[in-house]
Design a protein around this ligand. Structure first.
Ligand code: PLP
Length: 385
């Protein structure tokens, strides 16, 4: 059976060029980047080059880039590290209601530490509501967290407008760019942000490595106590192959950004157009807002999203509930809830996310399979109890 992978928002395959760039650092160049001898210096050289490369790709200085074990760690560090380090100024932070669990769980942790957290609402398309966000800002607000693009629905957030709103008041802006990095231009100065997180496995790099940008001068707490790695902020022997892979993947993504975005948008639009025409009750979530080119979140009123996913998988199409239900729980997604979507409709949602290796033929075939699945489930009386 031909299998189609339409779950690139969950993770992407490591690109061949990236793997080749990483391979020597597993075996030939295995030194500890902190060792002073020749073996260590070669590893340190690769780490420096990776830091320079990541910095250049996002318009930062190398001294502002810290490597982490991925997006979750970068998000936790950004939120908790900045909130704690700036607590003397205030203990109030604002987090958009549709952030990834890595940010929301960190916010909960800060609440447990006695911080006050306000959740900024979004409109029906999943876009942060500027005036309501502004109304949440207080003199003791130290940090606002708003992602560049949502991972479930793909909605782009008004980061420029939010930057203009919060930074002149001396409030730090943290942007989770984990989903945006593979497809949108990234520049920490346009729009200006103070903290920005990345994760390599979302754009053709390896899993378990990411980066946090911290603008020079921003007060930040340590993440991991240990050695002097990452300028004393995050202890632990540097994962040299991983940071080399992160940099190689990001460089490729930057070079190919416009072309990739156009390709993904064409696939998504062909797919969505066909599904909306052919599948009864299909609706595109966030349709009124600008969205990431590769993500399409669709609902199928009256059906169960998980039943659709299982049927798609049996037919060779890999998609995702888009965290519509976190596994094992029947709780509908916090993102769809924040958009005001009724729970029953949210439970019918499926996320399709395209990648650069997908073809137009695949997009059309996947749409035809989905149309067939929806028709079959409806014929079976697949309405939810
Ligand atoms: N932030 C967003 C928006 C994401 O989509 C993800 C991954 O799903 C993460 C953070 C977490 O990244 P990682 O898988 O590298 O921990």
């Amino acid at each position: 059976m031909e299998r189609m992978y339409l779950d690139h928002a969950a993770t992407t395959p490591v690109r061949g060029e990236v793997l080749q760039a990483m391979l020597p650092y597993f075996s030939e160049i295995y030194g500890n980047a902190n060792s002073l001898h020749w073996f260590g210096r070669r590893a340190a050289c690769a780490t420096d080059d990776a830091r320079d490369g990541v910095a250049a790709c996002i318009g930062a200085m190398p001294s502002e880039v810290y490597f982490t074990s991925g997006g979750t760690e970068a998000d936790n560090w950004a939120l908790c590290g900045a909130a704690r380090a700036n607590a003397a100024k205030g203990r109030h932070i604002v987090v958009s209601a549709i952030e990834h669990a890595a940010v929301l769980a960190a916010a909960k942790q800060m609440e447990a530490e006695g911080f006050e957290v306000a959740y900024a609402p979004v409109d029906a398309d999943g876009r942060a509501d500027l005036s309501r966000l502004e109304a949440l800002l207080r003199p003791d607000t130290t940090l606002v967290a708003v992602m560049a693009a949502n991972n479930e629905v793909g909605t782009l957030q008004p980061v420029s407008e939010i930057s203009a709103l919060v930074r002149p008041r001396g409030i730090l802006l943290f942007c989770d760019a984990v989903q945006a990095a593979g497809v949108l231009p990234l520049d920490v100065n346009a729009p200006a942000v103070d903290l920005l997180s990345l994760s390599a496995h979302k754009f053709g790099g390896p899993k378990g490595v990411g980066a946090l940008y911290v603008r020079s001068g921003v007060k930040m707490g340590k993440l991991v106590a240990g050695g002097h790695q990452e300028r004393g902020m995050r202890g632990g022997t540097t994962n040299v192959p991983a940071v080399v892979g992160l940099c190689a993947a990001l460089r490729l993504v930057r070079e190919e950004q416009a072309q990739t975005a156009a390709h993904l948008a064409a696939l998504r639009d062909a797919f969505v157009g066909r599904v909306l025409r052919g599948a009864e009750g299909a609706a595109l979530s966030g349709a009124g807002a600008a969205r990431l080119p590769g993500i399409a979140h669709l609902t199928f009123a009256g059906l169960d999203g998980e039943a659709i996913l299982y049927s798609l998988d049996l037919a060779g199409v890999a998609a995702s509930a888009g965290a519509a239900c976190s596994s094992g729980s029947l709780e509908p997604s916090h993102v769809l809830r924040a958009m005001g979507m009724p729970d029953a409709l949210a439970r019918s949602g499926v996320r399709f996310s395209f990648g650069k290796e997908n073809t137009e033929r695949e997009a059309e075939r996947a749409a035809d399979i989905l149309i067939e699945v929806v028709a079959r489930l409806r014929a079976l009386g697949g309405a939810r109890a």
